[in-house]
Structure formats: structure tokens, C-alpha cells
Design a protein around this ligand. Structure first.
Ligand code: 13P
Length: 249
């Protein structure tokens, strides 16, 4: 198993003025015992990477195109993210699946592009409230896992984030038993496909992770960290979540 991981997804938030949050995190976490990643909007990526310099906090993109370059106005390739200083890229977030019609096949193609560029893909999946209420959760996430991960996925180049859509930005969090059930099923699905190596693929939980619920979530079996939205925007919210993950070691 690699180190546990906390990743912050800034979504469509942040301008130059917010780089101070990163400076504060860099000072607070000069020698963390867990991996820390911030995924800012693409406009801030290279400045953030530059301001972090040789510090251990990594930066990542929030999406990439499946092609290396070409006539795709408004898109950004995995190579470009790498060039801007990214080490990671979030792929298949439910907001992109909803807003941009991204299918599992598209997410898989993007993950292949990310791997080729040397980026670690954080591949997101999760059920809607209607699917949860219909008892379809394990089928839905199992299907997304099978179809969104490329064959070349390894513990080094792939992280999986379980983000129930109904928990994102709502303050609602699944019960610890529900998180354990899904993460257990994802671990089993990974093992079945990738063998024992799958033990090392980190499984993050995402959806309304906050300083006051992080510790209990990190205590759940097969939870190797978190993908954090709103609470990653301010270092004063993000730092206690990182502390909770360190305390779980
Ligand atoms: P919130 O932490 O704001 O619920 O967002 C979760 C998320 O979507 C992270 O990718």
C-alpha cells in the first residue's frame, strides 16, 4: 500500500488571491506522513506548482482530453497538465459526467492518456440518490469501476474515488457501514481484475468530508484517504482533515 492520500478538488473556484491558501498549506505540511494533492482550476495550476516549488504537496488537474494535442478548442491534454507541473488528474467526476456527458468509455480513454503522460489518474465513481434508493449502488459503482479503469491501471498510476452524487456539496454523508460496503466491493472488484497488486490501489471517499467527520470516515476499512471539495478551499478547513488522516496511521 502506498501512502494514504488527501486530495482537494477546487472545482471552478479560485483566483490568484487564493494562492495564499497554498502557501499556508506548504508551511503547515513541510513533512507530511500522507500524500497531499490540490487540484485547482487549470488557470492556477502552473503558478501553484511554482509556488510550492520543491515542497511535498503535489498539484493536479481536474480533467484532461484523451488526445495529446490537436483541434479541440478549450480542452487541455494530459501532457499539458504534466508540463504545467501536475502529477495527478481527477477524471470522471460526476459533475463532468453530468455537465459534459462523459461516459465510462471516455473516462477510460482519458485515464489511458493520463498514464501515457506519466500522471496518476484519480478516477471518480458513485451512485445517484435514485440509484441508492433503488438498491442499485453496488451494481452501478461496480459497472463504473469495470468500464472506467484501463487495463494498465496500477497502484502507482491510479487512485479510485467513491463519491456518492447525493453526498457532494450537500452536507449529507453515507453511514460508515454504507461506505465500508462500497469500499469493500470496490476492493474486491479491483482484486478480481488486477490480482494482489490491487491491494495498493488507493480508495478515497469523497462527498461532504469536513474537519468534524473526517476521523470517523478514515477509520473505515478500505478507506485510504479522501477527495475533498468545499473544505479544501481554505487551509484552515483542509489542514484538520490532513491531520485526521495522519492520526489514523
Ligand atoms: P464536497 O466535499 O464539497 O462535498 O465535494 C466533494 C467532491 O465532489 C470532491 O471531488
Amino acid at each position: 500500500m502506498g501512502r494514504k492520500l488527501v486530495a482537494g478538488n477546487w472545482k471552478m473556484n479560485g483566483t490568484n488571491a487564493d494562492l495564499k491558501e497554498i502557501e499556508a498549506l506548504g508551511i503547515a505540511w513541510a513533512a507530511p506522513r500522507v500524500d497531499i494533492v490540490i487540484c485547482p482550476p487549470a488557470t492556477l495550476l502552473s503558478r501553484m506548482a511554482f509556488s510550492l516549488g520543491g515542497q511535498p504537496i503535489r498539484v493536479g488537474g481536474q480533467d484532461c482530453h484523451a488526445k495529446e494535442s490537436g483541434a479541440h478548442t478549450g480542452d487541455i491534454s494530459a501532457e499539458m497538465l504534466k508540463d504545467a507541473g501536475a502529477r495527478y488528474v481527477i477524471l470522471g467526476h460526476s459533475e463532468r459526467r453530468a455537465d459534459h456527458g462523459e461516459s465510462d468509455a471516455m473516462v477510460r480513454a482519458k485515464a489511458e492518456a493520463a498514464h501515457k503522460a506519466g500522471l496518476t489518474a484519480i478516477i471518480c465513481l458513485g451512485e445517484s440518490l435514485a440509484q441508492r434508493e433503488a438498491g442499485e449502488t453496488l451494481d452501478v459503482v461496480g459497472g463504473q469501476l469495470a468500464a472506467s479503469l484501463p487495463d494498465g491501471a496500477t497502484a502507482a498510476n491510479t487512485v479510485v474515488a467513491y463519491e456518492p452524487i447525493w453526498a457532494i456539496g450537500t452536507g449529507k454523508v453515507p453511514s460508515l457501514e454504507q461506505i465500508a460496503e462500497v469500499h469493500g466491493a470496490l476492493r474486491a472488484g479491483l482484486k478480481e481484475r488486477f490480482g494482489e497488486d490491487a491491494e495498493g490501489i488507493r480508495l478515497l471517499y469523497g462527498g461532504s468530508v469536513k474537519p468534524d467527520n473526517a476521523a470517523e470516515i478514515f477509520g473505515v476499512e478500505n478507506v485510504d484517504g479522501a477527495l475533498v471539495g468545499g473544505a479544501s478551499l481554505k487551509s484552515t478547513d483542509f489542514s484538520p482533515i490532513i491531520s485526521a488522516l495522519e492520526s489514523s496511521l
